[in-house]
Design a binder for this molecule. Sequence first.
Ligand code: HEC
Ligand code: HEC
Ligand code: HEC
Ligand code: HEC
Ligand code: HEC
Ligand code: HEC
Ligand code: HEC
Length: 625
Amino acid sequence: MKFKNKIKNHILLLGIILSIFCSLLIAQAKLGDSPDGSRSPAVHRIKLMDHDSSAIRMYQQTQLPFSTEMTCGSCHDYNKVGSGWHFNAGSDTESGRNGHPWIYTDPTMLTQIPLSYRDWNGAINPEDIGLSVFEFVKKFGRHHPGGSVGEQEDRWESENAFRWNVSGKVEVNCLVCHDKNSFTDRSHYAKQLKKENFRWAAASTASFADVSGSAKDMPDHYDIYYGLAPDESKAIPPQVNYDKTAFNEKDEVFFDVTRNIPNENCYFCHSTMLVDNERSEFWKHGQDVHIQRGINCVDCHRNGLDHQIIRGYENENIDKKSPELADFTCVGCHSSADNGLAISHNNKGPIPAHKGLPPLHLEKISCTTCHSGEMPKNNSFLTKTSMGHALGTHGINKADSTLPHIITPVFEENNSGKIVPVNLVWPSYWGWKTGDDVSPMTEDVYKQIVKVALSDLPIDRNGSWPKIEENMITDILASLAVQKSESTPVYVSGGKIYSIESGELKQETHSNASAYTWPIAHNVRPAPMALGSNGCKDCHSLDAPFYTSLISVDSPLKTNDAMMIDFQSQDLGAAQLFANAFIFRPWLKGIIYLSVFIVLSLVILFFFKGLQCWLGSAKKENMDG
Ligand code: HEC
Ligand code: HEC
Ligand code: HEC
Ligand code: HEC
Ligand code: HEC
Ligand code: HEC
Ligand code: HEC
């Protein structure tokens, strides 16, 4: 009996050891996952694999798009890459500080809504405005490197199940970043997502593949393997055509992939363009000082296979519990402090002396406040971004005032009590107010009503707000009021919420109407263009734009156009009193000399008076005596 038990135990143990061994074998790093140390790039002449992991061969009749998951994933851990920051919105990851939102705009509906699947302060979840994942990908996938909600099947709404079947998922598009072939067409990728060609999108980026047709035009039952019945439709099904000369006799193609991603690849999604009629031509705009001096995006924004790209902000090391990240912030590179970390990067920058600047400034003001973004002027600017304005894609409205209206630069105090420069958008949307809470309506509720109410308005070709009057808002809100009894319809815009109270349009400020802001880090301006390079009066003077710059309040309603920046924590009154002190500062020396002179004269006067007095009384004493 005992012996039998022993054997049983041994067998169990053996089983455990075997299964550990097997799982180790399976979990073994893939061929491309652990660099061997050669700094010479690995040449990628590889086989293309379709989504079912069959190799794509030139002799086949119908060609299928290649899959990055199956193609690149055969030698690199695709899921690990896909867990990275660029691809994980929508999953449970630490959101960190606010970033650039997606901005849903429709001037004819009077809406401009900052969206994100991340838990960012003030951003609205696309689900809350009734935007399905499918529509989100179609609309914003153009500047997204894939993965994220386009791959998170548990988030896909069932009503779109057929459409997902036809379109396929949106895989991580390795090429949009890593491919340095100059024929790689990122705008082509953007176009495929609009046409619902999700499965074909990554392939369309490649220099040797051409995608035509549109999944959008296909019926729900369309099957990519069988195609359309000849009589079914005149629409062209999505299809890929490969350049046959790109394939060698083993059906391999060459990808010019690199770890040293060129800045231009990142710029497809991360460009900004200031709207300034004094700088109407492109050559009048500058670039980040680091880029100009040969430091590339990926020298600072690095990552390993997990693609947790370094965001570079001050407390990222705490948010991500990764102490080494402190080495890749502005301070990390521009101070001599050795934090004892083993990271070696040769990009330590010059250590600023900041002569005469009281140290309090570096505690209270971020480096980016003085060094990054646009120099503050009397009025804030509008700026355009790739993510916001679809820069670099076909057929966009290039007018200066096209929505969204991103306002820059604005200074505000962040959670750690530091002043930082930010971009800002004012949310505009139709919502329900229940108690003190305001939440956005879904579009189907208001679309028809707004359309009818505004049908006579001329549509501006510049893509900006139409000019509306208050009574139009009143009419729309009145029509919406009948839809729901327990909530009040409101219009949120320009920092206010508008509602009807006894027939009149009432406006009030409300926290849900406040602007969405996110920090600016780029472009970094060189030292002679820093705030403070013209002296302390850059900030400490009565008319310093740092304090007095006007920020536009953006709304289709005619509001008082702009407001002073007593933004959040900054107390303009106190700042101006303080600035007065700086005006008198040059006089100070004179005043001190003058006072010393007066005091000294008085002392001398009193001394002689006293002496006289004393001598006088001594004389008297002598005479008396
Ligand atoms: C046949 C296997 C294989 C396939 C398929 C493959 N790779 Fe690689 N890859 C490698 C190897 C091996 C390395 C070298 C690892 C090292 O030493 O850094 C590498 C390195 C890389 C690097 C780092 C390059 C550098 O400059 O150091 C990138 C980026 C990369 N691969 C991307 C891709 C992408 C994108 C795809 C899909 C289009 C892909 N790989 C497909 C094997 C492969
Ligand atoms: C948003 C841009 C982006 C996309 C998309 C992207 N990568 Fe990367 N990848 C990077 C960056 C940035 C690095 C780090 C470069 C550095 O640190 O110099 C990197 C590094 C790598 C490395 C080297 C990792 C190491 O061990 O050091 C490999 C391999 C790689 N990527 C493969 C892939 C594959 C495969 C895909 C697609 C499934 C992909 N990448 C998609 C940006 C991207
Ligand atoms: C196809 C578009 C695309 C490309 C190419 C791309 N990015 Fe991004 N990047 C994004 C998007 C979208 C986000 C916001 C992601 C989110 O919140 O889900 C982002 C976020 C970032 C962030 C974090 C920003 C923050 O708020 O802190 C950094 C840093 C970044 N990207 C750097 C890079 C670098 C460096 C490259 C080139 C290697 C690159 N990106 C290429 C689209 C792109
Ligand atoms: C010299 C290092 C460095 C270089 C080069 C660099 N960055 Fe950054 N980047 C940073 C740091 C540091 C931050 C965060 C700064 C902060 O807010 O404290 C940042 C922030 C960002 C952000 C979020 C804030 C914002 O301004 O939008 C994005 C996006 C970004 N970088 C993209 C890029 C891209 C794209 C490139 C290349 C064109 C690039 N960076 C080059 C250091 C760098
Ligand atoms: C990876 C390290 C690194 C990071 C992170 C970094 N810098 Fe630098 N910075 C450098 C280096 C190196 C130079 C010098 C480039 C040169 O002149 O060759 C430089 C140059 C500068 C200059 C120009 C000085 C001059 O000569 O005019 C300024 C200003 C500056 N950095 C500010 C910043 C700010 C602000 C941040 C944060 C957004 C930042 N840096 C982040 C490494 C870094
Ligand atoms: C109050 C505004 C202000 C703040 C905050 C500030 N700087 Fe500066 N910075 C300046 C001015 C003005 C200059 C040029 C005159 C000088 O060197 O003192 C300068 C110069 C520099 C230089 C060039 C030094 C050289 O010798 O070439 C670097 C690099 C720099 N700053 C980085 C930083 C970093 C990193 C931070 C954050 C820790 C920071 N600055 C915070 C205003 C500021
Ligand atoms: C970027 C704008 C900026 C520049 C440039 C600047 N300051 Fe300031 N300074 C501030 C702000 C903001 C405060 C208030 C900080 C706080 O208490 O929150 C301040 C506060 C001060 C204070 C009061 C400190 C205290 O204890 O309350 C002094 C003194 C001062 N600055 C001197 C200077 C001098 C001298 C210079 C030039 C070398 C200078 N500042 C340049 C923005 C600036």
